[in-house]
Structures are given as C-alpha cells and as structure tokens.
Design a protein around this ligand. Structure first.
Ligand SMILES: C[S@@+](CC[C@H](N)C(=O)[O-])C[C@H]1O[C@@H](n2cnc3c(N)ncnc32)[C@H](O)[C@@H]1O
Length: 318
C-alpha cells in the first residue's frame, strides 16, 4: 500500500469510536491495535452480507489475493487467484477419503476448487448468511453439491466435535479475528490428530512502528475492510505452539501478492463505470486508495503483505 497516499486519504475520514485490543494472540504492533476498532463476528458477517456479491465480482471469483511469480508474469487476476488457492490446497495433502473444513468460505469458489482438485468432502463456514446462500448455489451450479456444503458458523466458536476434520483451509479469514491464538485453538480442537492446516494471514513488520500517520492510515484501511490488526510472520511459531499445533511452513508472499492492489482497484473502477457506483462500504475502500500509483508501489519494498502458514496437529496432542 502507498503509505504516503493512504495517510493523506485517511485524514479525510473522521475517527470513529476506538477501544484498545487485548494483546493476547496479537503482536507488538501496539499502534495499530490501539487504532483499529474491535468488530464482532456479527458486524463482520453483516459487512459480507452487504458486499460479498460485489466483492466476488471485483476479486474475479474468490475473495483473496492473487499470486504472481514476478513483474513479467502477466497472468490475469482470476487465474492468479485460483493459483493461490491451488498452492494452499496442495499443502493440505487431502484426497477422496478426507473431510476438510473451509473456515471463512466466502462465496464458495475455493471450496469448489478444493473438492474438484482432490475429491475431498468440504464443509465451508461463514458468519454471513448471504455467503452461505451464494456458496451453496455455486456448489449446485458447479455440480459438486454432493461433496461440498456450507453452514453459518463462527470460527471463534465452532459447532463441531473434536477431531471432526482431516484438514482445515483458512484463506484470508483469520484476518478478521483479533485473537489469532483463540481461532488456532478452535482449529486444533476440530482437527484429528495429524490433521493439517493451511492458512493465509495479513502481515506487517517492515518498520513503520512509531510512524503515527502511517499507522493511522493503515488502521483506516483495516477498519474499512473490517480487518483486525495485522500480525507479524515471526509471531506465528508462538501462536501455533500455544494452540497445540506444529509449524511446518511460514512463507512471506508479499512480493507475489502485491500485484493484487492494482488489479483490484482497476476492477472497482470498472465496476463504477458499469454500474454508476459501489456499495458504500466498498466506496470507502475505493476512496482510500484513490490516486495511488499502484505500478509505482509494486516497485517499492512491501511493508505489508500476506503470509502462508502450514501446520499440523501432532499425533500425540490432546
Ligand atoms: C476475505 S474473505 C475470504 C473468503 C474466502 N476464504 C476466499 O478466499 O474467497 C473472509 C471470509 O472470512 C469470513 N469470516 C470472517 N470472520 C469470520 C468468523 N468469525 N467465522 C467464520 N467466518 C468468518 C467472512 O465471512 C468471509 O467469508
């Protein structure tokens, strides 16, 4: 993100009610924590109820970043997004005998891709009733409703028995949950011993601490997306350990996903041209990035980004 431009845009927004977060399951980025309001799962679900249809359109089918190999990779947004899903699916190492939980399933495309690629059964959960409906319709129209189903459920209080799943996929959903250890404990509980987890999370950690304006600007962006404060990739070994999981991989992919911002803003611009306007929540996001030269940003070292986490529940734990 362009901190210079974002900080200018953030000044245009009045500050809402802010209350400090607990630092448990979080990181030392106290500036962001103090400035980012805590949103309940209900509020987050309502955000997605209002916006998932349009978000799915502007994100080219799913609701997550794309993955590119470098500046010469001219893969389109939809294919790059499917590529990130495929990378994550591979880490689950599941097959037709397995059942996978897709935690924060969005409008269903990753779950459908997972069932198609592996033959595994998939249960997708979301705190948005609208998403559950859209995802269920997608599974039917894609002919995989026998393998894939969706339910309304909160990742911080999962309604499943211990050891119910062979694997858990969480694509950009823990970004909404302030206490990462809590959600990882929920995941560990529903995984069978030896079961695998693959997730992506939003990270920071490239030296803006103490830069008040930069932190305020990023807090505005996070709030506009209803995200919890970002974490540091380096916190994950502790988060996983405290949740009873064993880390297999922690990979910073900021340099691979950074092309997403420009593509997303171009898609939102296109949406406005086609439909006249964006829904208010997304117009706020669009305005925050207004005027950013994304091509220039791609050339700069990335301060924020995405981390891939792969882990498993040990055979002996709990
Ligand atoms: C950025 S979207 C990603 C959707 C999907 N994984 C994808 O990649 O297309 C975040 C998702 O997390 C879900 N989510 C957020 N908080 C949640 C919670 N506490 N429990 C379950 N789902 C949640 C949202 O409803 C949304 O589906």
């Amino acid at each position: 993100m362009s901190i210079e431009r974002l900080r200018t845009n953030a000044r245009d927004f009045t500050e809402g009610a802010r209350r400090p977060l607990s630092t448990r399951g979080f990181n030392s980025n106290a500036g962001q924590a103090a400035r980012t309001p805590v949103r309940s799962p209900k509020e987050i679900g309502e955000f997605y109820d209002r916006n998932s249809r349009v978000l799915t359109e502007v994100f080219a089918g799913s609701m997550h970043y794309g993955y590119w190999t470098g500046p010469d990779d001219d893969t389109g947004f939809a294919a790059a997004s499917e590529r990130l899903t495929a990378i994550m699916i591979e880490k689950l190492r599941v097959g037709p005998d397995d059942t996978v939980l897709d935690l924060g399933c969005g409008t269903g495309k990753p779950a459908v891709q997972l069932a198609r690629a592996t033959g595994a059964r998939v249960v997708g959960v979301s705190v948005s009733a609208e998403e559950v409906e859209l995802a269920s319709a997608l599974a039917r129209s894609e002919g995989v409703a026998d393998l894939v189903r969706f339910e309304f459920a909160d990742a911080t209080d999962l309604p499943f028995a211990p050891g119910s799943f062979d694997a858990v996929l969480a694509l950009e959903s823990v970004v909404h949950i302030p206490d990462r250890i809590n959600v990882l404990q929920q995941i560990a509980r529903v995984l069978r011993p030896g079961g695998r987890l693959a997730l992506t999370d939003s990270i920071t950690g490239r030296g803006a601490e103490g830069d008040e304006e930069a932190e305020l600007a990023m807090a505005e962006v996070l709030d506009a997306w209803r995200h919890a404060p970002q974490v540091r990739a380096g916190n994950y070994p502790r988060f996983l350990r405290e949740a009873g999981l064993v880390a297999d991989e922690i990979t910073d992919i900021a340099e691979n996903v950074k092309y997403t911002y420009g593509k997303l803003y171009a898609a939102m611009d296109e949406y406005v041209r086609k439909h006249g306007d964006l829904p208010p929540d997304l117009a706020r996001i669009f305005d925050l990035g207004d005027g950013v030269d994304w091509a220039e940003q791609e050339k700069e070292p990335q301060r924020d980004g995405i981390v891939i986490i792969a882990a498993h529940r040990s055979d002996t734990s709990r």
